[in-house]
Design a protein around this ligand. Structure first.
Ligand SMILES: [Zn+2]
Ligand SMILES: [Zn+2]
Length: 171
């Protein structure tokens, strides 16, 4: 294969939106919380900001350590876990089970199923935004007589940038 067939597509595909700045996303989530009548406390906001600031899925202990650095005081782990629970429940963030780590949802205002592509080499991730695919999954799930509480799909592999750089696929 030539490099031409491996041009980075990671952020230019029509189904992928470039990751917006943390502040923009957090402001959007703040509005969603107001619409839904749920409280967007300071700690919930800070955890979401940290998720957005990282290019890779963040582990809970990483989040706790980052918060401790920011606040220059110890943080009780349950505080962070409760904030993560809230963000997941509201669909603002997801747990990536294969990495035991967390990522923010890129379109919580319209996301029906979270579909993440995760590069095993650089650990970067993107969330697919494809309403048809999300709807199809919802329809098939309903057809199967199944009521989903949470849909997170993890597609593991190698991103176009890493392929172009000749990194090998690790499993
Ligand atoms: Zn999502
Ligand atoms: Zn990669």
């Amino acid at each position: 294969m030539t490099n031409e067939t491996l041009q980075p597509r990671f952020s230019t595909n029509k189904n992928w939106r470039k990751k917006p700045a943390a502040a923009v996303r957090v402001a959007e989530v703040k509005n969603l919380c107001r619409d839904r009548g749920v409280r967007f406390t300071h700690i919930r906001q800070q955890v979401l900001e940290l998720l957005w600031e990282s290019n890779q899925p963040s582990g809970a202990y990483e989040l706790i350590a980052s918060l401790e650095r920011k606040k220059a005081r110890p943080i009780a782990p349950p505080t962070v876990y409760r904030a993560l629970d809230f963000l997941i429940e509201q669909g603002f963030a997801c747990k990536i089970e294969s990495r035991n780590a967390f990522v923010p949802c890129t379109h919580p205002e319209s996301c029906n199923a979270h579909i993440f592509l995760i590069c095993g080499d650089c650990k970067e991730w993107v969330e697919l935004e494809d309403p048809r695919l999300e709807q199809q999954l919802a329809d098939e799930t309903t057809n199967a007589g199944f009521k989903p509480t949470r849909s997170v799909i993890e597609v593991l592999g190698t991103c176009a940038t890493c392929m172009a750089n000749g990194n090998s696929t690790r499993r």
